[in-house]
Write a protein that binds this ligand. Structure first.
Ligand SMILES: [Zn+2]
Length: 108
């Protein structure tokens, strides 16, 4: 991150800017908010493996919440969303293939 007083690049975990000695407490509060992972993002990620459609809905809502609140878990929510979409696409594709085999077997 950058010191908002002198603009020099400092370590993300630095409490005090080594260049000008000003405390970075305000930046630290922002970081602690970001570190709190959105609950729905975790739920959505887990659900994406169990019930794809529920995982997709939770992940999409979680992404909206994270964008507004600045919470952590955006990667998790995105992963949950992608996994759900891939699973849904695969299940639709498999259904079409099975239907094709079914109708082919019937000779239609
Ligand atoms: Zn500084």
């Amino acid at each position: 991150m950058y010191c908002k007083y002198c603009g020099s690049e400092i370590d993300d975990r630095a409490v005090i800017c080594p260049k000008c000695g000003v405390a970075t407490s305000e930046v630290q509060i922002q970081n602690s908010v970001e570190q709190k992972t959105n609950t729905l993002a975790i739920v959505g990620f887990v659900l994406s493996f169990v019930v794809a459609i529920a995982g997709l809905i939770c992940s999409v809502i979680a992404r909206k919440q994270i964008k507004q609140s600045g919470e952590g878990g955006m990667g998790l929510a995105t992963a949950g969303m992608i996994i759900s979409i891939v699973e849904l696409s695969l299940s639709v594709l498999l259904s079409i293939i099975y239907m094709g085999i079914f109708f082919a077997a019937l000779g239609i």
